[in-house]
Design a protein around this ligand. Structure first.
Ligand SMILES: C[S@@+](CC[C@H](N)C(=O)[O-])C[C@H]1O[C@@H](n2cnc3c(N)ncnc32)[C@H](O)[C@@H]1O
Length: 330
């Protein structure tokens, strides 16, 4: 599942990938009107993430994400969501938007050895890092997959987990329908989102200040998805017993430069910065670190984080029958 840079004969290569002859590949497509080269990552299942798009976790982004953002932003939430899922005693678990395997690792540690675990993501370079976190013999299957078109039969899983991924799915309703379809009756979908910009504003504001005429919009994706539309979409997809829990926490940061580096290079915002040009990304890293120090003091310093974890259930026939009886007897 390694990325193969392909620089020549783009037409034939693209055709190979689209015909499924090549599992994964980086294609450099010349875009004449823009006078630039666009990186297009093609995944094994035919999924595609374009560098510069909010879902384009490709190139060097996975390494920066895992090294600089992982321990500060994602690991604690991963342990939390893995324990929530393990408590449900699922036998077959699917993870979508698994990224570099931070939750996958926590899930494997929290689930009984007999429970199967399948970890998927749109971007193979993220899963390449995830795979390095497991020893030979540990039961995890990795597979590139778009969460809006899951390559699994109906009723294949007892639980689906997705940490901080749903916001990136362009057709969220479709992703909920897919989750519902591949869950068995009685199964659970447990996923998380970030709370609003109010709690996560520094990087967005600092990066935007470097491009006043055309601020990069990446952060409007992960921090702008709210509970109300999610609830409606889940109900439309057929889910019941929907709950949401706000997880407010503080994290000690030993080095704001490391956090700032992750915030600049560890997401597709780096492509949006480079596409605009004229600004040294290292200057943005320094400015973000300075702003964090101004806001929270010198290191080691505590920073606030706020997320929401949601859970929804695919009703079993017995559950639906009881619900119908209760509502008709009212
Ligand atoms: C912020 S990362 C979260 C990764 C991981 N869940 C974690 O908590 O560390 C978002 C992930 O969503 C993935 N992603 C974006 N669009 C996707 C899609 N349509 N289907 C599956 N994964 C997608 C990206 O490749 C990326 O790995």
């Amino acid at each position: 599942m390694s990325a193969l840079p392909v620089k020549a004969d783009v037409g034939a290569k693209l055709q190979n990938v689209l015909l499924g002859h090549q599992r994964t590949g980086l294609l450099y497509l010349p875009t004449s009107s823009l006078g630039m080269t666009m990186k297009l990552f093609v995944t094994g299942e035919g999924g595609m993430a374009m560098a510069g798009e909010s879902s384009g976790y490709v190139g060097n982004i996975p390494q920066h994400y895992d090294r600089n953002l992982g321990p500060l932003i994602f690991t604690d939430y991963a342990a939390d969501i893995a324990h929530r899922v393990a408590k449900l005693n699922p036998r077959r678990v699917l993870e979508t938007a698994a990224g570099t395997g931070i939750v996958t690792r926590a899930l494997r540690d929290a689930l009984p050895a007999g429970a199967s675990l399948t970890a998927t993501d749109l971007n193979a370079p993220m899963l390449d890092i995830a795979a390095t976190k497991f020893r030979r013999g540990e039961a995890v299957e990795f597979r590139t997959a778009d969460a809006m078109a899951l390559p699994f039969p109906d009723a294949s899983f007892d639980a689906i987990v997705c940490q901080f991924g749903v916001m990136f799915f362009p057709d969220k309703d479709k992703s909920y329908r897919e989750a519902f379809r591949v869950l068995d009756a009685g199964g659970h979908y447990v996923f998380s989102i970030w709370d609003s910009h109010r709690h996560n504003r520094i990087a967005h504001e600092v990066i935007g200040s470097f491009f006043p005429a055309d601020p990069p919009q990446f952060h409007s994706v992960p921090f702008a998805y709210r509970f109300e539309p999610i609830k409606e979409s889940l109900i439309d997809a057929g889910f019941a017993s929907i709950s949401a829990t706000v997880l407010k926490s503080q994290k000690e940061v030993a080095d704001f430069a490391m956090l700032a580096r992750g915030l600049v290079y560890g997401s597709p915002i780096i492509d949006q910065v480079q596409q605009r040009g004229g600004v040294d990304a290292e200057g943005i890293v320094d400015a973000i670190a300075r702003n964090y120090r101004d806001a929270f003091g010198d290191e080691p310093a505590m920073i606030p984080r706020q997320a929401i974890v949601l859970s929804a259930n695919k009703p079993s026939a017995a559950h639906l029958g009881a619900f119908m009886r209760a509502s008709t007897s009212r």
